[in-house]
Design a protein around this ligand. Structure first.
Ligand SMILES: *Cc1c(COP(=O)(O)O)cnc(C)c1O
Length: 381
């Protein structure tokens, strides 16, 4: 008999049945009154739950498009921007911003660490930056940036807008847009929302909307806030076709979040992450992210001596669990395990037991059941 397959990469994450059902519905016209009502309800919920007096843009696209939308609407050619990078996705802003003709300064940390707050502050004092980007959770390193503390410090720099990439965080790591001083928060549907890929979300706080207004025309067309503002206010209007079935899927995802309670969802992610991390360390893996800055959405696990990445991950896949490989200098030395979104206790226990089986099969000494025991002890506390 074949095992069920669990996709435990850091996005797309497992999609639960009720969300799949929304994607399987018969597609309606984008002006269908029932659909328009659902789209509006989704927009209102997202604004309310992530606490901004500004606007949220919910459009067809991926996280990368949301990054582009964020930058396009608050900077213009020749502006300076500061990119704070804790890995591969932080670095993605460099090319994106350079192509736009921005003057890009970069603060990079060693992988697994974060750029110290004082270093960021010192850099911000050195010149006027139109914006600064910070990746909340860099998926390549499993590092969570202290976005609240950074937002607090940013209050001293009122000409610099604060962009947070929440693609691997929003819906699992705590984020409150206005209160944390975030001007633009962006994410995609396929990570902690547990929806298939295809929806980009961008929250724009009041200062970001003002910045866009002050800029007249921008070169970009599809991602222009001005094009979408009337649609977000009244989704019966047309600018570009909404991803009808994915909007429904997102609405179901948000319904699940409201049923659980966003605060409970944050607490669950924290508890599960720490329990998983302890259990995996017990098996001999080393976690790349330093303990003070560990994400709750995924773990990046460096292999103990003697394990071949290819053999381990293919054995794991044969046993039914798909994980992601390491990036950059960590390719072949590490794997990445997502534990975010709508995953439950059954999934986590199965994941650990399967990792143990794979270790056993590749000849690594493992006490079967040990990580499951460690995990459940933490969870029952
Ligand atoms: C996945 C990811 C992205 C890119 O999102 P896509 O949907 O693949 O375009 C950007 N930033 C972070 C932090 C991510 O994890």
């Amino acid at each position: 008999m074949k095992n069920k397959r669990l996709v435990m990469i850091p996005g797309p994450t497992p999609v639960v049945r009720s969300i799949q059902d929304e994607m399987g519905r018969e597609t309606v016209a984008f002006g269908d009154p029932a659909f328009v009502k659902d789209y509006k309800a989704l927009i209102n919920d997202l604004k309310e739950m992530w606490e901004t007096k500004g606007e949220v843009f919910v459009i067809a696209g991926t996280g990368t498009l949301a990054m582009e939308m964020a930058i396009a609407n608050i900077t213009k050619k020749g502006d300076s921007i500061l990119v704070v990078s804790h890995g591969y996705f932080g670095d993605r802003f460099i090319d994106l911003c350079e192509r736009k003709g921005l003057e890009v300064d970069v603060l990079q940390s060693e992988w697994g660490q974060t750029v110290p707050l004082q270093t960021i502050e010192k850099q911000l004092k050195s010149k006027i930056y139109a914006a600064m980007t910070v990746t909340h959770v860099d998926t390549s390193t499993g590092v969570a940036a202290p976005i609240e503390a950074i937002g607090e410090m940013m209050k001293k720099f009122d000409q610099t807008l604060y962009v947070v990439d929440g693609v691997c965080a929003t819906g699992a790591e705590v984020e409150r847009v206005d209160e944390m001083g975030i001007d633009v928060l962006l994410t995609g549907s396929q990570k902690a929302f547990g929806v298939a890929p295809g929806i980009a979300m961008v929250w724009a706080g009041p200062r970001a909307l003002e910045r866009r207004q002050s800029m007249d025309s921008i070169p970009e067309f599809y991602v222009d806030f001005e094009k979408w503002l009337p649609i977000m206010a009244d989704p019966s209007k047309y600018f570009a076709t909404p991803a009808v079935n994915l909007v429904w899927a997102m609405k179901e995802s948000v319904r699940i979040m409201k049923e659980e309670g966003l605060e409970n969802r944050y607490a669950r992610h924290l508890k599960v992450a720490r329990a998983m991390q302890k259990a995996l360390e017990g098996l001999g893996f080393t976690i790349l992210a330093n303990p003070e800055n560990r994400a709750v959405t995924l773990s990046n696990l460096i292999y103990p001596e003697g394990i071949d990445d290819g053999a381990f991950r293919s054995t794991l896949a044969e046993e039914g669990i798909i994980v992601a490989g390491g990036l950059g200098a960590y390719a072949g030395k590490m794997f990445r395990l997502g534990h975010m979104g709508n995953v439950d206790m059954h999934d986590m226990v199965a994941v650990l037991a399967t990792i143990e089986r794979a270790l056993y099969k590749v000849g690594y000494p493992v006490k079967l059941g040990s990580s499951v025991g460690t995990f459940m002890e933490s969870m029952l506390k």
